[in-house]
Ligand binder design. Structure first.
Ligand code: GLN
Length: 343
């Protein structure tokens, strides 16, 4: 009698679980039909670009690096590498611009591969920030940089890449050429000279870190490598490919797995999420909700984990040093296609 009762109870419980699972499956099915996040088409990009083509009027092209002032404020472009590796782009897709701070994620990748994560993050923090990209107060208070996304941590990261003279820079250049599959990429000598001649604040950080024992060696070669990496010229499509690479375990858009490393892409994307847009990162996570990295050249790269890469370009910046139209275009795309991690 007792046995029969337990059997009936067990059957009842099992059928309830089954019903709940069916419910979940139905919900998931509805979700996936509404939220098609797999392919972005040309028409979507064209309309978003058009909608934001006048945004530049509210921003300002970076002028603290004299050579950057020459950028055409009206140029604008948007690019996506879809999940299957296909590329769709709109606007000034051939326009070259300097990568600037977006190079910091590539430098971090190389430095961690060579030294291990523990060695790098023994010398700097994993912290997010409420401070602008060129803030360096932590070198005094904490004795080390806040994170590898702000200038101080990025200058240190590049200084930790192995090799003499220009070698660390060449490694960064070659890695960008690999990720984008674009052998034509090089650095802009005029921008490099301009940064080197006027980058006294960066030079100040470099010397404090030498004084703190974080950077060794003589001269400024290690600092020059940082200036050179910032001066590398790319296009919006290159940015979308970089976003795709980190979104997909460091696998290239054409499927090349030479650098495949899920642990590394997780580290890089976590830094992009918490500090890639500097002091705007919190608000950006609230609105866009995706690992992204900006540069004062007007570029933004976005990684949609396990899925796509987005590149956006427009040189007029907001007060945080992030591309104004770039941010708006990304926001429009993310909202239209429910791409936020938190959606
Ligand atoms: N080269 C720039 C600098 O060091 C990079 C800053 C940035 O893109 N936010 O000031």
């Amino acid at each position: 009698m007792n046995r029969t009762f337990s059997l009936i109870t067990a059957l009842f419980i099992l059928s309830c679980i089954g019903a709940i699972n069916v419910c979940h499956a139905q919900q998931d099915a509805t979700k996936s039909t509404i939220r098609d996040t797999t392919t972005i088409d040309q028409a979507t990009l064209n309309s978003i670009l058009k909608k934001n083509s006048q945004c530049y009027k509210q921003g300002k092209v970076a002028n603290y690096i004299p050579e950057l002032r020459k950028a055409n404020a009206q140029s604008i472009a948007l690019s996506v590498v879809n999940r299957d590796g296909n590329i769709v782009s709109a606007g000034d897709t051939q326009q070259k611009f300097t990568i600037q701070s977006i190079s910091k994620i590539i430098a971090l990748m190389i430095a961690v591969r060579e030294n291990g994560e523990a060695t790098i993050f023994d010398k700097m923090g994993y912290f997010g920030t409420e401070k602008p990209f060129n803030h360096f107060g932590n070198l005094e208070t904490m004795g080390k940089p806040l994170n590898p996304m702000m200038n101080a941590g990025a200058i240190l990261t590049t200084a930790l890449i192995k090799g003499n003279g220009e070698e660390p820079f060449v490694k960064i250049l070659k890695m960008i050429r690999f990720i984008t599959n674009n052998e034509h990429i090089d650095y802009n000598h005029a921008v490099y000279n301009s940064e080197r001649e006027t980058g006294h604040r960066n030079r100040g950080m470099f010397y404090i870190m030498r004084n703190n024992g974080l950077i060794d060696g003589d001269g400024e070669e290690k600092l020059n490598n940082y200036f050179k990496q910032c001066s590398i010229e790319i296009t919006v499509e290159d940015l979308a490919k970089i976003g795709y690479f980190f979104a997909n375990h460091c696998v290239r858009y054409d499927g090349n797995k030479q650098y495949q490393d899920p642990n590394l892409s997780q580290l890089i994307q976590s830094q992009m999420l918490i500090a890639g847009m500097y002091e705007f990162s919190g608000e950006y996570a609230r609105t866009v909700g995706l690992p992204s990295k900006s540069g004062v050249g007007g570029g933004i790269t976005v990684s949609i984990p396990g899925k796509m890469g987005i590149g956006a370009f427009s040189p007029a910046l907001d007060k945080h040093g992030n591309s104004l139209a770039g941010y708006r275009m990304i926001l429009n795309l993310v909202r239209a296609r429910h791409l936020s991690l938190f959606d």
